[in-house]
Design a protein around this ligand. Structure first.
Ligand SMILES: Nc1nc2c(c(=O)[nH]1)N[C@H]1C(S)=C(S)[C@@H](COP(=O)(O)OP(=O)(O)OC[C@H]3O[C@@H](n4cnc5c(=O)[nH]c(N)nc54)[C@H](O)[C@@H]3O)O[C@H]1N2
Ligand SMILES: Nc1nc2c(c(=O)[nH]1)N[C@H]1C(S)=C(S)[C@@H](COP(=O)(O)OP(=O)(O)OC[C@H]3O[C@@H](n4cnc5c(=O)[nH]c(N)nc54)[C@H](O)[C@@H]3O)O[C@H]1N2
Ligand SMILES: [Mo]
Length: 759
């Protein structure tokens, strides 16, 4: 790599780039990254992709007053920035003055880009905050069920983020590592905010060389074959039953740590009554779990017998809770770990999120970050993010969330910047119906995504490489100086500039900008970051040195972090923030919710392989994160397309399931259920258990009625909350059928910008 190349970063890693004549000619991985992601290779091509949005554009049907009828099918007319900004400001003012701020939706869920100053979702919410408020979204798609529910039973606010036990403790102290959902390599490419170091291989070699590791998952490749671990295939969304049975067997053998349960947990007796069958007459034995999980009872029993006396880590990825009753596997894992008595000991207990993104389990560097501050949302209105279609279709209806009764607001204007609901939400045909309801939909985007194609007015946004920023993540070791490498594409503008111009038109310029330019915010960010470093005794470099080097490397924190270690040492002096001050294995508040038992329990996930619905739709569809992109981002890059066939994603199926349907590897298939259908190319692989199929997320939705011509699994997934507690996304609870596609694969419309040809 040549010397002195400027650094930049994305959610999938830092990189340096060679720029010639205003174009990026080559991308080099960051020199301190031991296992860089290849996704950055896509940047040169993505910068001037034919799918970039070049100029502000207005939907033709909207101009003709079609009340949203043609959203998602229409073409667009390009207009000047001033015309577009006047229109957008006019619509916001009209809706606010007629219906109030509670009719403006700006929750705008989505990952946006790395870099904390130009974070689009933060900017759109700040802008609407400056206008007097809006309807927001809370929790997230990643682990929404856990976010709402875990604090109730663990009493710590962040049991799933920065306070997770360092993964390095496992290599050193653990004997048996139960990896529910595996530790997939592909997911470590990513960390929201930016990645300096990908350390997957270091951690995995360390663990698997010494520790008995079991990949408990329907998909063997959730841990790469070369790590040589055991595989225990389990039917999707039945892990709770497995964990209950493991606990039951340990308790029945008299091997549970009763002392731990008494001193550190609340309500264990009621939970044990359930496990032993004293409340419902059904003991949750390995034989009971075998019929639910598909794992032979003898295997469950043997595993249970091997656990007592060993240091055991019960690790669950986030995917397990992105399912109907997704709260329960997490609670059952806490229960199993409590019965083994090792919560708070190094290398033992439970952990959520190893293998779900790059920095999970890293040492906690507490890398300081600074983003443009939020402005309080004066309406106080917000929905759990995954209830967006319910909100659009059922204004005024009440629902339960995290112990409260709430009412859906009546939204008339939707503004999205930095997210792609037609990528991320479940049951897209239903979302589409929801998207027909508002009077006006505005989207800031860099690319013609499916969401941009459902907007009335589209404003072209720059991408990270076209602006200066600071990136990083609190558990990543590197603070990253993100340089502007090239000029904005065509007429694209920074979201910051777009919202500043709108704020000017709406009388909120000073509140939104505080009179600051990009350079002022960079300076402010560095001042805050440097102050935080100093207060911890770390000497920060001068801003110019940081900027020129491209990074600041945080010192290694002392010792490995173990969650709950200090509480274990002093449970009376440091009670948890739960009603009992202990870990709650029974919760009165949860017991009061409809459909809950008050303790970890097997609750029917409705769409699973043991359900009556499996008779007509006998395959359980899992929709994991895509290996060659982040969600829907860069779907049409060559790197992403190299992982597809005929521009469709690969549907992975077991050879016996394929044979039963007369299907062969490489066949074009139609995947369907009562909610919709999509297309894919079959990949036959014995690494997936029979009855389960895998289709990654991320293909750009290309609707033809209820069919997606492309491979977006969200036309099939079910749009229902995990439960009234968490109201998270239930994407993984989904049954389908698969058949050979009749006729050729149809061409994709979403490969071309939906522009109206000049008259
Ligand atoms: N079936 C199924 N569905 C799922 C999941 C699943 O497991 N299964 N997982 C869910 C999860 S965990 C998540 S987090 C979501 C992710 O869903 P999203 O976060 O909505 O997905 P992204 O494709 O990352 O969308 C970000 C969008 O922001 C745009 N963007 C990037 N930078 C900028 C910018 O600077 N300005 C503007 N204006 N736009 C920008 C990108 O072009 C992109 O279209 O998907 C969820 N959906
Ligand atoms: N390359 C890449 N990495 C990413 C992302 C991306 O888009 N691309 N997205 C990032 C984001 S936003 C998030 S939230 C995380 C998500 O991180 P996760 O939620 O951990 O990731 P998934 O890929 O959804 O699921 C991982 C595996 O879990 C298994 N699994 C699914 N359901 C079950 C179940 O019921 N039981 C068991 N035992 N296993 C199950 C599947 O086999 C699947 O391959 O990934 C992040 N990492
Ligand atoms: Mo996520």
């Amino acid at each position: 790599m040549p010397q002195n190349l400027p650094l930049c970063a994305s959610h999938w890693g830092a990189f340096r780039a060679e720029v010639e004549g205003g174009k990026i000619t080559r991308v080099y991985p960051f020199e301190h990254d031991p296992r860089p992601s290849r996704m950055n290779e896509a940047w040169p091509e993505m910068l001037d992709s034919p799918l970039r949005i070049a100029r502000p554009a207005v939907r033709r049907g909207w101009l003709a007053g079609d009340n949203g009828a043609a959203r998602g099918e229409d073409t667009y007319i390009e207009v000047d920035w001033d015309v577009a900004l006047d229109r957008v400001a006019g619509e916001i003012a009209r809706v606010r003055d007629t219906f109030g701020n509670g009719a403006l939706f700006a929750g705008s869920y989505g990952w946006s880009s790395a870099g904390r100053l130009h974070h689009a979702r933060s900017l759109v919410r700040r802008f609407f905050g400056a206008l007097g408020g809006y309807v927001d979204q809370e929790t997230n798609y990643s682990y929404g069920a856990a976010m709402a529910f875990l604090p109730r039973v663990l009493g710590v606010p962040d049991a799933i983020g920065s306070s997770v036990t360092g993964i390095a403790t496992i290599a050193e102290h653990c004997d048996i590592f139960l990896a529910f959902g595996g530790i997939p390599l592909k997911n470590w490419d990513i960390q929201s905010g930016g990645v300096g170091e990908h350390r997957f291989d270091t951690f995995m070699r360390g663990i698997t060389q010494r520790v008995r590791t079991i990949n408990i998952s329907p998909w063997r490749k959730d841990i790469e074959d070369d790590y040589g671990v055991e595989w225990m295939p389990v039917r999707p969304t039945t892990d709770t039953a497995l964990m209950l049975a493991l606990t039951q067997a340990v308790v029945a053998a008299g091997k549970a740590d009763i002392g731990f349960l008494q001193r550190y947990t609340h309500g264990a007796e009621r939970w044990l009554d359930y496990l032993m069958g004293r409340t419902d007459g059904v003991a949750k034995t390995p034989e009971w779990a075998a019929t639910i999980t598909g794992i032979p009872a003898a295997h469950i029993r043997a595993l249970a017998e091997s656990l007592p006396g060993k240091r055991v880590m019960v690790s669950l990825n986030w995917s397990l809770q992105r399912a109907r009753h997704g709260e329960q596997p997490y609670w059952a894992a806490i229960g199993l770990a409590a019965a083994l008595g090792q919560i708070g000991l190094p290398g033992g207990g439970f952990a959520f999120g190893y293998g779900s993104s790059n920095a999970m389990g890293n040492p906690n560097y507490r890398t300081p970050l600074y983003g443009i501050p939020a402005i309080k949302n004066a309406t106080g209105l917000s929905i759990p993010c995954a209830r967006v279609t319910d909100m659009l279709l059922q204004p005024g209806q009440t629902y339960r969330f995290n112990g409260e009764t709430r009412t859906y607001p009546d939204v008339k204007l939707v503004y999205w910047a930095g997210g792609n609901p037609f990528h991320h939400h479940q049951d897209l045909n239903r979302l589409r119906e929801g998207f027909r309801q508002p009077q006006t939909i505005i989207v800031n985007e860099s690319y013609w995504t499916a969401t941009a194609r459902h907007a009335d007015i589209v404003l072209p946004a720059t991408v990270t490489l076209e602006r200066n920023d600071i990136g990083g993540a609190s558990r990543d070791r590197f603070l990253l100086a993100m340089h502007k490498l090239v000029e904005p594409y065509a007429e694209a503008r920074d979201d910051y500039a777009i919202f500043a111009a709108l704020a000017q038109r709406l009388g909120a310029y000073d509140t939104f900008t505080e009179g600051k330019t990009e350079a002022d915010w960079l300076e402010k960010a560095w001042e805050v970051i440097a102050g935080r470093l100093q207060s911890r005794g770390i000497t920060p470099p001068r801003f110019q040195d940081f900027w020129d080097t491209g990074y600041f490397k945080m010192p290694e924190p002392e010792g490995d972090y173990t969650m709950f270690a200090s509480w274990r040492a002093d449970p009376d002096g440091r009670p948890l923030g739960t009603p009992s001050g202990k870990i709650e294995l029974f919760s009165d508040a949860i017991a009061a919710e409809a459909g809950q038992l008050g303790h970890p329990a097997w609750l029917d996930p409705e769409e699973w392989l043991g359900a009556p619905a499996a008779q007509t739709h006998p395959l359980h569809l899992l929709s994991p994160q895509p290996a060659r992109k982040l969600h829907g981002q860069m779907d049409f890059s060559s790197y992403s397309r190299a992982g597809k066939r005929h521009d469709r994603e690969i549907l992975v199926m077991h050879p016996d399931d394929a044979a039963q349907r007369g299907l062969s590897d490489g066949d074009a298939v139609r995947i369907f259920n009562d909610r919709g259908a999509c297309l894919a190319v079959l990949g036959v692989d014995p690494a997936v258990m029979q009855g389960v199929v895998l289709l990654p997320t991320g293909a750009t939705y290309d609707p033809d009625g209820t069919l997606d011509r492309n491979s977006n699994p969200n036309v099939l997934t079910r749009d229902i909350g995990t439960s009234d507690l968490g109201q998270g996304s239930s994407a993984q609870s989904c049954l389908v059928q698969v058949e050979r596609l009749n006729g050729p694969l149809p061409p994709l419309r979403v490969m071309h910008a939906p522009l109206h040809a000049a008259p």
